[in-house]
Design a protein around this ligand. Structure first.
Ligand code: RFL
Length: 392
């Protein structure tokens, strides 16, 4: 027996795919390494693109974000030259973000799926995926006690992130990997305090980048560029708040609303894309397919978009015997992925001093300020920014 589709990972990619397949009457099961509580409380992304919201609405998965999400459409750049705001909801295609924490979306998607009779095995870690060259791939899992189980299927969807079992199942010789380490690290902190301003804040500062993003009425995410090799716990809360105040120029533009640090982590800004995103009967989705640095908030949005594309292609194959959409899956996703990579890379170079020794930092800094000045003054540049910032 087995399932039509075994899905590895209960993140946004795996759960959107699971809901869509289940709605089409395709038999699937989700295997998730972590506990339900862990995935429902894991704070990560927060800014959903309008296209993401449309996809979730199209499939009846947007009740939670419609009820509790907030529209957001302004960002503020703070530089040594002063500050300026872009109300991007009125630029480009005229669309806002929806701020809705990723863990709330994940909770909603789990609730929808299980209420409809969908199956998720939590605390079940995929160890290997075999037989992907044939038409009966099998996933081997271990539960918390190390008990093995085999999960045969017709297709396997690898939605288990960059270090999951799906990526490991693809022989290195069969995939081209494009990787870039942007040489920049962030200390990411989530604090229990309301936002300090009504905008996404980007501070360009000689001591490094600082960012401010609301995550809800009582939680805010901040980012601080830090040296490579910084240990997660090496900055005290006092040091974090004084660096944030300094780089965000709180003296000039108003104090930050402080609160206890709930979570912290180091994020290395890296990009990583595999091609193709298919190996036989195994398909990669979301972070398993491509890692995009969080500088432009694209990762969760790409995960949802790719999940919809794969769900439609699997439906064509399983229900109608039409394999053609599956053949196009990889190329379709990669065109979106590279657009997102390109804009994220542009953001990285706007927000950080270069680390490559061949570029003198003075030269690059002058280019950055010219780019910011263009963004401040040129309507067409602002339209381009808005379109890419909220787009996919
Ligand atoms: P996820 O969410 O990582 O889910 C993968 C799931 O797979 C499970 N897993 C396994 N399960 C079974 N067997 C195995 N061997 C397994 N290995 C792993 C994991 O437990 C997990 O539950 O991947 P998915 O679904 O592809 O979704 C991708 C997004 O989570 C990610 O791209 C975003 O969070 C990135 N990101 C942001 N994206 C945005 O679109 N907007 C943002 O504002 C934004 N902010 C962020 C971010 C990522 C961040 N971090 C932590 C790097 C902010 C941060 C700080």
């Amino acid at each position: 027996p087995g399932s039509d589709v075994v899905i590895l990972g209960a993140g946004p990619a795996g759960l959107v795919l699971a809901n869509l397949l289940h709605q089409s009457g395709i038999d699937c099961v989700v295997l998730e390494r972590a506990s339900r509580e862990h995935v429902e409380t894991r704070a990560r992304a927060g800014y959903l693109a309008p296209e993401t919201v449309r996809i979730l609405e199209r499939h009846g998965l947007a009740d939670g974000l419609r009820a509790r999400g907030r529209e957001h459409d302004v960002c503020e750049f703070r530089t040594p030259e002063g500050r300026f705001r872009l109300r991007y909801g009125g630029l480009g295609r005229g669309e806002p973000h929806t701020v809705y924490p990723q863990q709330s979306l994940v909770s909603d998607l789990i609730a929808e799926f299980t209420a409809a009779g969908g199956r998720i095995a939590f605390e079940t870690e995929a160890r290997s995926v075999t037989g992907v060259d044939g038409d009966r791939p099998t996933v081997l899992t271990h539960d918390l006690d190390g008990r093995p189980t085999q999960w045969p299927a017709s297709y396997v969807a690898g939605c288990d992130g960059r270090h999951g079992a799906a990526r490991r199942a693809i022989p290195a010789a069969d995939a081209r990997r494009r990787h870039s380490d942007h040489g920049v690290s962030w200390l990411a902190v989530l604090v229990a305090a309301p936002a300090s301003m009504d905008a996404v804040g980007y501070a360009v500062h000689r001591e490094g980048f600082a960012g401010h993003m609301s995550r809800g009425p009582e939680t805010t995410r901040y980012y601080l560029q830090c040296d490579r090799g910084t240990a997660t716990d090496s900055w005290s809360e006092d040091r974090i708040w004084s660096a944030l105040a300094h780089r965000l120029r709180a003296d000039e533009y108003g104090p930050l609303r402080e609160g206890p640090v709930l979570e912290r982590g180091i994020v290395h800004l890296e990009s990583d894309v595999l091609r193709p995103l298919r190996h036989g009967s195994l398909f990669l989705v979301g972070d398993a397919a491509s890692l995009v640095s969080p500088s432009a908030a694209k990762g969760a949005n790409l995960a949802v978009l790719e999940a919809e594309i794969l769900a439609q292609a699997l439906a064509a194959a399983v229900l109608r015997g039409d394999p053609r959409p599956l053949l196009r899956y990889s190329d379709r996703c990669l065109s979106h992925i590279w657009r997102a990579q390109e804009f994220s890379h542009w953001m990285i170079r706007l927000l950080h001093a270069p680390t490559a020794p061949q570029e003198s930092s003075g030269f690059h800094d002058s280019l950055r300020y010219a780019r910011l000045e263009s963004l401040r003054t040129s309507r067409s540049h602002q339209d381009w920014f808005a379109e890419n910032y909220v787009g996919l």
